[in-house]
Design a protein around this ligand. Structure first.
Ligand SMILES: Cc1cc2nc3c(=O)[nH]c(=O)nc-3n(C[C@H](O)[C@H](O)[C@H](O)COP(=O)(O)OP(=O)(O)OC[C@H]3O[C@@H](n4cnc5c(N)ncnc54)[C@H](O)[C@@H]3O)c2cc1C
Length: 592
């Protein structure tokens, strides 16, 4: 199973043009990918969604049974080498699966705790003996895993953990401490626990509940995800054999960060799947609910909501598929061993953070509008809109809060630029010389395909991003990390740029890949890019105003006006087109 993307460095999309033929999209899924997706959809629709109420009553035996079913269907072993019971498939396959698991929210968290947070770190960092001992039983769902990083005093600042590990005379370890908010905590058999050796060296350990000294606290009373177990984990002289250090002593941050790199990408995909399901729900409800003698779907205000829900989801879906294609391309020809996979995830860490933040925020927007479209019914438990709305809120908090990820997005790019890994600094300098010349024009673009105006606008977004980052680096130098608000503006501009370009490139390729619905692809991409232009202009103005004044500020704002010209578009009509299509079919557009 291969995707068609060529190898590119992470973040290079900001500095280079990309051809639509070079981007992986949902329309390019192979038959094998589609079979995995269909298997997952059937499992979720027939075996998970009907029992969500029982899961919400903390029936963890049922959660175990469902994980076992996932094992039987092969869903837990997609990224696992065959010798350990897995299928060793590409990231596009993983994406197709997690996107379909997404709508089950609570169970998606249970699944993620197993596949992304336990199986994955073992694949990436386990020794052959550790893999042989644990992976087959995790992949089959026979045992359940959990990832214990956070503590009450160290969430975002995870490396400040207080849990201690002390080596014993026989080489084994004694762990003491308390972890907080651990998914699958109430019933997991195996934990990836992070602790500091002698209070200093941050290290990952593989801890079986059966070793003794590890116990679960009470279930947290949460706003949502009631069908997912979340508990503290107490470690009181928990004895861990010498051979159960995961990775190297003192290198636990590598295990934690690489796991999160993939977890963020995967969460973005789950969010895209959740949004697609909510759009189907909203569209069906709008078609059947009548007020003033007609379906509410006929009202412009409702069409606007549906159209916007679709455009934002389209952009997120496009960017997660594009990122999966990039990771897969980086892995072509590699041994798919832990090191190569970890390196590929690290390469696309910026894109993974974008997927997480854009996915979770876009999903929250969609679910909020879904409640609104349901009116009073959206606020009561008889309808799923209420549950989805509560369940999704945590996506902006775990796997690194969105604030932390917003700092990471431009922060990682700047670090790479300083190391010379991507030519961001010369590009920003060239642009600076160029913007001082009043003749500077908006970007060029080829006229031989659809969405050429939008491609020019995207090229302008990239210039604006470079101007903001370049000016910020010049103004603050090494102290840029203290300017969180500026980094936040830069992150927002970068996210809309990557999302907008991914949407446009996908819509361009849909002319041949999905001709019957290419007008819908084009409408979604145009709406997103048009509104992103207005947002980006606002963020850039705020950023420039915060770091300059007087003539310098006037010059920057004049350059911004020259570079960023957003072509007026009738987004009202385009949103109506999108909404009408979804209402007619009762589905999100790419599932028609
Ligand atoms: C349902 C659920 C399941 C979870 N599952 C797991 C799990 O399986 N394993 C696990 O290890 N953890 C898990 N967590 C914990 C989760 O990862 C943390 O809650 C998260 O990392 C945030 O940490 P915190 O709660 O301590 O918030 P804090 O770090 O205290 O953050 C509070 C606020 O301050 C902001 N902030 C913090 N630092 C900075 C900074 N440097 N700059 C700017 N803003 C900042 C944050 O963005 C946030 O808005 C789970 C949490 C929940 C709610």
């Amino acid at each position: 199973m291969t995707t068609t993307t060529s190898i590119r460095k992470g973040g290079s999309w900001l500095l280079e043009e990309t051809a639509s033929s070079d981007v992986f999209t949902p329309e390019k899924l192979t038959d094998e990918h589609r079979l995995m997706a269909q298997t997952t959809t059937e499992f979720v629709d027939s075996e998970v969604l009907p029992v969500l109420d029982r899961l919400e009553q903390k029936d963890w035996q049922l959660a175990r049974t469902l994980l076992k079913r996932c094992g039987e269907l092969g869903l837990l072993g997609i990224a696992v080498p065959e010798e350990y019971g897995g299928l060793d498939l590409d990231k596009a396959s993983s994406l197709a699966v997690v996107e379909r698991i997404g709508p089950s929210a609570s169970f998606a968290t249970t699944f993620g705790g197993q596949a992304n947070l336990t199986i994955l770190p073992l694949v990436l960092f386990g020794t052959p003996a550790q893999k042989e001992k644990y992976l087959p039983r995790l992949v089959s769902g026979e045992i359940v895993g959990a990832y214990a990083l956070s503590e009450s005093g160290s969430g975002s600042d995870a490396l400040a953990a207080k849990t201690r590990a002390v080596r014993q005379a026989d080489g084994s370890w004694l762990l003491n401490g308390e972890k907080m908010w651990i998914s699958n905590g109430g019933f997991a058999d195996l934990f990836i626990v992070f602790a500091k050796v002698d209070g200093e060296q941050f290290t990952a350990f593989i801890v079986e509940r059966g070793f003794g000294g590890l116990s679960s606290g009470n279930e947290e009373h949460k706003m949502g995800l009631h069908g997912s177990s979340t508990t503290p984990i107490l470690l009181q002289d928990a004895r861990v054999p010498a051979e159960n250090v995961l990775g190297e002593i003192g290198k636990g941050h590598k295990v934690a960060l690489n796991t999160l790199n993939y977890g963020r990408f995967s969460l973005g995909a789950m969010c895209a799947g959740g949004a697609q399901a909510a759009i189907a729900d909203a569209a069906s409800y709008a078609a059947s609910r009548r007020q003033f003698g007609q379906p509410i779907a006929s009202f412009g205000a409702i069409k606007h909501k549906l159209g916007e829900m679709i455009a934002r989801t389209y952009a997120v879906e496009s960017l997660v598929y594009r990122t999966a294609g990039l990771i897969d391309a980086a892995l072509v020809g590699s041994a798919h061993n832990g090191g190569a996979v970890a390196q590929a995830f690290e390469e696309y860490a910026v894109e993974a953070s974008i997927a997480k933040v854009a996915g979770s925020e876009s999903l929250d927007f969609v679910l909020d509008e879904n409640v609104q479209i349901h009116g009073g019914n959206g606020f009561v438990k008889d309808y799923s809109a209420e549950r989805y709305y509560r369940d999704a809120r945590v996506n902006r908090i775990f796997e690194g809060t969105n604030e932390i990820n917003r700092l990471l997005i431009p922060g990682m790019l700047v670090r790479r630029a300083i190391k010379g890994e991507i030519p961001l600094i010369p590009a920003a300098r060239r642009l600076q010389d160029e913007v001082l010349s009043p003749s500077v024009r908006a970007a060029t673009g080829s006229d031989d395909q659809v969405l050429t105006d939008e491609m020019r606008t995207i090229a302008a977004f990239k210039k604006v991003a470079l101007m903001v980052i370049g000016t910020a680096m010049q103004t603050y130098g090494e102290k840029l990390t203290d300017q969180q608000e500026l980094l936040g503006y830069a992150a927002d501009i970068l996210m809309d740029t990557y999302a907008g370009e991914s949407a446009v490139l996908r819509a361009q390729s849909a002319v041949t890949a999905d001709p019957r619905r290419s007008d819908l692809h084009i409408a979604a991409a145009r709406v997103f890019v048009h509104d992103a232009g207005l947002r980006i202009e606002g963020w850039a103005r705020s950023a420039f105003s915060a770091m300059s004044e007087g003539d310098t500020l006037r010059t920057l704002l004049a350059a911004l006006r020259r570079i960023l010209k957003v072509t007026p578009v009738n987004t009202v009509a385009l949103r109506r087109t999108l909404a009408d299509a979804a209402v007619a079919e009762g589905k999100y557009i790419s599932r028609l």
